[in-house]
Design a protein around this ligand. Structure first.
Ligand SMILES: Nc1ncnc2c1ncn2[C@@H]1O[C@H](COP(=O)(O)OP(=O)(O)OP(=O)(O)O)[C@@H](O)[C@H]1O
Length: 251
């Protein structure tokens, strides 16, 4: 029971000699709702891609429930559902076909997949668009159908890169409700986000990354240390360029 849902050990990735992620180690406790935050270009997507078997690290390991993602990818991927950032979907499929495909790919039987696809499309308010090609979906609808595809096999760990981006407030609330009850039932969720207020309200734990390195991690209470999370974030990552004014933009 003490095995973390996700453990990252010295993960490193360089692009053209420049480290995007440098020797990053992190533990995500089982049953936590973990926020992964950092400024633009800090290395969040690179880290989550390495953690979920989408991008091979130059060094380090990622373990999902103790299973090495790069040594035993099939077992590790069985245990997780992933909403990746910027990964192309098979968008000639309809929404319903895409979720069905994701379930069948996970080895689920057709009957169960059909029931769950119907439930997910209904809960995420995509029922009316279930028969439309995903290529014709809006950005928020695309995000929701990708989320449905990540959840259909009921994994023990959900890794969601920016799940609320482009999603309307009603759908965002629905998604939060789904994730809250998933965590309450023993599941683990990792979300990357730029919205500190949301992370503070929604997450039990938070990790802050800046320039490819982890600068703080722990429970939200520990990390924010009596301040609000946004102020603490700015304090930890700095406010480069934050105060500068563009005089030519004045009217
Ligand atoms: N395929 C790539 N080739 C070269 N450099 C890359 C590549 N992918 C990412 N990088 C670089 O790695 C660094 C980390 O990028 P990453 O996308 O992981 O950041 P992020 O924290 O997810 O940013 P954002 O909040 O803007 O989504 C950036 O400097 C980026 O330019």
């Amino acid at each position: 029971m003490d095995t973390p849902a996700l453990r990252l050990d010295g993960l490193t990735k360089r692009y053209g000699g420049r480290p995007a992620v440098a020797d990053l180690s992190l533990e995500v406790p089982r049953g936590s709702f973990y926020g992964f935050v950092g400024p633009n270009g800090a290395g969040k997507t690179t880290t989550l891609s390495m953690a979920t078997g989408l991008l091979r690290p130059d060094a380090g390991r990622a373990l999902v429930s103790g299973i090495d993602v790069w040594q035993d990818p099939i077992a590790a991927k069985r245990a997780m559902g992933v909403l990746a950032d910027g990964v192309l979907l098979f968008d000639k499929l309809t929404g319903e076909q895409l979720v069905t495909y994701a379930g069948l790919l996970r080895g689920m039987d057709r009957g169960t997949v059909a029931e769950r696809a119907e439930d997910l499309l209904r809960v995420l308010s995509l029922e009316e668009d279930a028969g439309k090609p995903v290529a014709d979906y809006s950005a928020g609808m695309t995000k929701k159908i990708a989320l449905a595809s990540a959840m259909v096999h009921a994994p023990e760990l959900l890794v969601l890169d920016e799940p609320f981006e482009a999603v309307d407030p009603v759908s965002a609330r629905t998604i939060r409700g789904l994730l809250d009850s998933f965590v309450a039932s023993g599941g683990t969720v990792i979300v990357s986000s730029h919205v500190m207020d949301l992370v503070q309200r929604m997450c039990s734990h938070v990790g802050i990354i800046a320039e490819g390195r982890l600068v703080a991690a722990g429970t939200v209470e520990e990390v924010r240390a009596g301040q609000d999370l946004e102020s603490r974030f700015v304090e930890l990552v700095g406010l480069e360029g934050g105060g500068e004014e563009l005089t030519w933009l004045r009217l």
